[in-house]
Design a protein around this ligand. Structure first.
Ligand SMILES: NC(=O)C1=CN([C@@H]2O[C@H](COP(=O)(O)OP(=O)(O)OC[C@H]3O[C@@H](n4cnc5c(N)ncnc54)[C@H](OP(=O)(O)O)[C@@H]3O)[C@@H](O)[C@H]2O)C=CC1
Ligand SMILES: Nc1nc2c(c(=O)[nH]1)N=C([C@H](O)[C@@H](O)CO)CN2
Length: 236
């Protein structure tokens, strides 16, 4: 039996689909969640070990880390999926918006990677993995999500540092998606405009990310890199 894969933010959409795929493939999964969606019950019935954790609370991050260290002797991988897509135009003070973006996209992966690196090193298979979910806008910027984009850029940079720190046992890479899946409240006008931003002009869905994760998990040589899953958006 493989050591578990820790995935953050498995309650919905990409994190949920990835956790369900890995569980159905017989891969043990430890998942974190913030909201008790019906999906959490489903993943628990599929055998997932699930932990409530709001990454805006450092005490809860500390509890998550100690719980995993107390109950596990190794990990196959850590996948940092959890993310809050906060626009700059929101009810919060700008300082709070930036702090939240850095907290969930930078401080949380930083703390978890450092604290659980020994479990990745102890994994019996030849390699272990850390995968950071960044974003196309980490390189391009975003007029409406400045704080979000900056935090994803910082996460991109951390991919380089952790790759150098943990090689060769632990491969550390990033996946930078663009439009993968719309949100339920995205109207037709938004969807039409969003699709036109890439060469492929499509909404690929979660399978595109699942297959990219599987590629990285199977790789014996790729580390310190960002895989861009963005439909050729950089060429529009
Ligand atoms: N969907 C897309 O088209 C794109 C996605 N990405 C990236 O891919 C990843 C997955 O995207 P997607 O599935 O759409 O993400 P979502 O925004 O739909 O969900 C992210 C998950 O993270 C959780 N989360 C958010 N904030 C916190 C927090 N403070 N503490 C704990 N958990 C939290 C959410 O919990 P809760 O259920 O409580 O809300 C949710 O389950 C993200 O990193 C995203 O930035 C990048 C570009 C495009
Ligand atoms: N945490 C999230 N990050 C992002 C999301 C999302 O739904 N949750 N969505 C996007 C968009 O799809 C964007 O790539 C295209 O408009 C970006 N990040």
């Amino acid at each position: 039996m493989s050591a578990p894969i820790l995935i953050t933010g498995v309650g919905k959409r990409i994190g949920y689909a990835l956790a369900k795929h890995l569980l159905n493939a017989g891969q043990p999964v430890i998942g974190t969640y913030r909201t008790e969606h019906d999906s959490i019950t489903e993943l628990r019935l599929l055998g997932a070990e699930l932990h409530y954790c709001d990454f805006y609370d450092d005490d809860q991050i500390a509890t998550l880390i100690s719980t995993i260290n107390d109950n596990h002797s190794s990990l196959r991988a850590i996948i940092h999926n959890a993310s809050d897509w906060l626009p700059d135009n929101n009810a919060l003070a700008p300082a709070t918006t930036l702090a939240r973006m850095m907290q969930v996209h930078v401080n949380t992966p930083y703390q978890i990677n450092l604290a659980l690196a020994d479990l990745l090193e102890a994994n019996e298979t030849e390699f272990s993995d850390i995968i950071h979910f960044t974003d196309y806008v980490a390189e391009k910027g975003s007029k409406k999500h400045i704080a979000y984009a900056a935090s994803k850029a910082a996460l991109t940079n951390m991919t380089l540092s952790f790759s150098a720190l943990l090689a060769p046992k632990v491969k550390v890479n990033a996946i930078a998606p663009a439009m993968i899946m719309f949100n339920p409240d995205d109207d037709e006008d938004y969807r039409s405009k969003a699709l036109k931003k890439s060469l492929m002009q499509s909404e690929p869905g979660t399978l595109e990310i699942i297959e990219t994760v599987n590629y990285l998990l199977k790789s014996r040589y790729v580390t310190g890199r960002t895989l861009h899953v963005d439909g050729g958006r950089h060429l529009k």
